[in-house]
Design a protein. Sequence first.
Length: 320
Amino acid sequence: MPENKLPFQSFHQTIQKRFEEIVAMFPGLVAIDFGEVTITYEELNRVANQLAHKIIDRTGENKNHIAIFLENSPMQIIAILGVLKAGRAYVALDINFPERYNLQITRDAQCKFIITDKSNLEKARSFADDQYLIMAEEDKYYPDTNPTQPIDPQDPAVLFYTSGSTGQPKGALHSHVSMVHLSKRFSNLADLHIDNRFAYYLSVGFSAHILPVLGALHHGGTLCMFNKGLQDLEGFKGWLNNKGITLAMMIPSFTRYFRAIFSKHEKLKFLKTLFVGGETLYRNDVEKLRNILSDNGVIINIYASSETYLSRAFKIKNDT
C-alpha cells in the first residue's frame, strides 16, 4: 500500500475518532485552505475541541440535534467537528436559503440550539423560534483537549434534509458508523490519500457537502474552500488550477456552463477525479468534459440521495 494512503483500522468508530487519528499522525499537514488562510490538522482539532467544550457547557444534558448556520468558511468545518465531538448530531443550514425553509428544518429536527457567528447573527435571529444561539467564534476560556465523554459509533451524527421539492423537506438521520463506512467507500472509489486537494464549494444545505469533508479530513488531505460570493466562473476555473485541486464534485448542468468558458487547448491541469451526479449525465457531457481534463483524469458518475447517500458509482476512464 502506498505510504500516502491511510487504511481504516475499523469501521466501528466515530467520525471524529478517525479525524483525531489523522491529527495524531500528521499534526502539521494543512487541513483547510481558504483564500490566504491555511489551518493545520493540529490547529483545526484544537479550535474544534474548544467549541465542543463550549457546546457541552451550554447545552448540559440536552442531546437534541444542533443546527449550524454559518457561511462556507473554516468556521463551518470547525462547527461540524465541534458538534460531533460534543456528542450531538448536526443539522446544516444554508445561510442563503429562505428563512421559512430553515425554520421548517429547525422545527422538524427539534433543534434547541443554533451555532452561528457575529456576521450571521441577525439572520439567525430572524428565523430562530425558541432556540438558543451559540457563537462559534474561538473562546480561549474552554480547554483545547479532546472531549472524553463516551460516544457510541451507532449514535446519530448528521441529519440531512431533502430539497423540499415535494412541499416539505424530509430528514434522513445517519449514524457515525454509516458515515465512516461511506468515507471508506469513497476512499476505495477515488484512491484517497494525503496528497489530495478537495474542492469545497457546494451548499452545506445539501447532503453532498459531507463527501469532500470526509474525503479530506479522514485521509490527511486538504479541504480547499471556495468563496462563491467573490468570484465568477472564470475565477472558479483559475482557483481550481491555482490551488492545485485534484478532486471536485459537479452536477451535469453546471459542467455545461463551466466547460463553455475553456479555450480549445485549456485544461484543468491538476484535477485527477471529477465526481458528477445529481442529474442525468449524457454521453455528450462525458466527451466534452474529457476535453478539459488532463490525460489521466477520471470521471465518476454517482447516484446518491439524502436517505441512502452513495447508492451507485460508475468510473468512466478514457477507454470506457
